[in-house]
Each structure stands twice: as C-alpha cells, then as structure tokens.
Design a protein around this ligand. Sequence first.
Ligand code: FES
Length: 122
Amino acid sequence: MDESKPFGVEYVPPGKRAKIVDGRVYAGKVTELPPGKAKAIALDKFSIAVFNVNGEFFAIKDACPHAEYPLSKGVVTGDEVTCSSHSWKFNIKSGQCTRGTEDLTIRTFKVVVEGDSLWIVI
Ligand code: FES
C-alpha cells in the first residue's frame, strides 16, 4: 500500500481513519466542536474539515487548493477560514475562495446533527 503523502497533508495511520458507513462518516459529538472551532476527519483518500459557525456545522475538503495545507488548522472569522500557510481565504458555507484564486471553489459536504452526534454525508 502506498503511504506517501502530498505536500502539507499530515500522515494519518490507517487505524485512525474514519470509515464511510451508508454514505456518511461519524464526526464526533456536538459538544466536542465549540463555535469558531474546526476539526479534521481523515478518510482513506482525503480529509474533511468540520467547522462550527455560530452553532451551525459545515464541512469542506481539508486541503487548501494553493498548496494542500489543512484548512482545519486555519483561522476562523465568522463564516470564513484563512489558511495558515499563505493566507488564502474561503467561505466555509459555500467553499468559495474569497482571497487567492477567487474562481476556485473547494468541495463542501453536508453535516447532519442527530442527537448529540455529527455526521458528514459523503
Ligand atoms: S496552502 Fe493555503 S494559502 Fe498556501
């Protein structure tokens, strides 16, 4: 199995990767992700960044299109995340790049809250 990693993407051992079950991935408890914070969920092929924006949850692919730095490590201001590597900015809700190459949109994922659990729809 090829365990090489692209630039900027952290290595995640196979046992720590989330599994897709019935088209969705468990992303933890609601209480584990307070407003203004983000967390990374690693899958086999890529990672997803989940954000709490004023009590609403959103998810985007966790790789900045500039040089693959994890956006889950960025700075969240309102509904925007600033990449910590070279300061490109993205709207967390739409995935639209708002600073950098503005015609880029990164992939978004629907987040479902069931009880106290977060699920990402793949
Ligand atoms: S890797 Fe995100 S701005 Fe460069």
